[in-house]
Write a protein that binds this ligand. Sequence first.
Ligand code: A3P
Length: 327
Amino acid sequence: VASATEDDGMAGELVISSLPLETRCPPFPLRRYGGFWFAEPMLPGIAAVRARFQPRPSDVFLVTYPKAGTTWLKALAFATTNRVQHPPRGPDHPLRHRNPHDCVHFLEMAFAGGGEDVLAALPSPRVLATHMPYPLLPARVAAEGGSGGRMVYVCRDPKDALVSMWLFTQKKLAAEAIGGDPPKPYTIEEAVELFCDGRAICGPQWRHAAGYWEASHKFPGKVLFLRYEEMLRDPAGNVRKLAEFMGCAFSGEEEAAGVAQDIVELCSIDALKNMEVNKKGSQKYMKNETFFRKGVAGDWSNHMTPAMAERLDKIVEEALQGTGFTF
Ligand code: A3P
């Protein structure tokens, strides 16, 4: 779906400062690499993953475009794979005192921040998260021929992903401005303009999703393609799919006991939002509370005009022509 080109720095050693630069998309400068735009601080980690990450056949990768439901997927996958040791109704369940991002590591962040050894020391099967686009995965991980495990992708309507990221960025800018100048203005018009041009973290968003969709069709046993909107409509059904795909399907006994539904409830946005750790704690760049907003489909219509939506839909439709993939 996306071919890497030499001007995107894919040939030879990665020299970040030589990559095409975009400075209009806060909070980080973006650089284009392998046909996608990345926040500059992500790139050393991505390069290190490509160079050194050693996958295991039992690994499960949780893959998302930012703001497509990463936090939810991490919570669901963590609760599902650890349900024997940590029953979802248990009052001491780790998700009741740890943010989902503290339960499942991001591959590229671990590699950027000296956490490689932590990943290497994790027992199998490992559950790891990444925002890396399919064409940038090292061949060792890719579904075709790679030795590294399975991937679960969650895709979301581009308009909702855009609006969610725009609002998240506003919060980040406001947090950075505390005690100083008013936050830098960043309008929805600016965000739409950049997003339509693919200039957003890990953008173009539609190309990110299409890469995994295509892989899920070619290698259905290796890549599971889920949709955020479908997960909202039928969360328990999607948790069952996830469990089966990860090799830990619910037993008849568990079904009778309602374990899938217990996981759905533990990981619901309302339950997670109200946990103390998610009201007070924080990740490297953001407070935990900022990862939980509305969690609905179609909220874009409260922030984008119909003309903006039409423009983006048309760009996406044209870009996806001939791929067989639609949102
Ligand atoms: P909104 O801003 O549209 O509400 P990510 O986790 O990839 O950063 O995505 C964040 C989006 O997922 C936000 O969307 C957030 O509210 C939503 N979200 C977070 N936790 C969720 C959950 N448990 N269930 C459903 N949506 C969730």
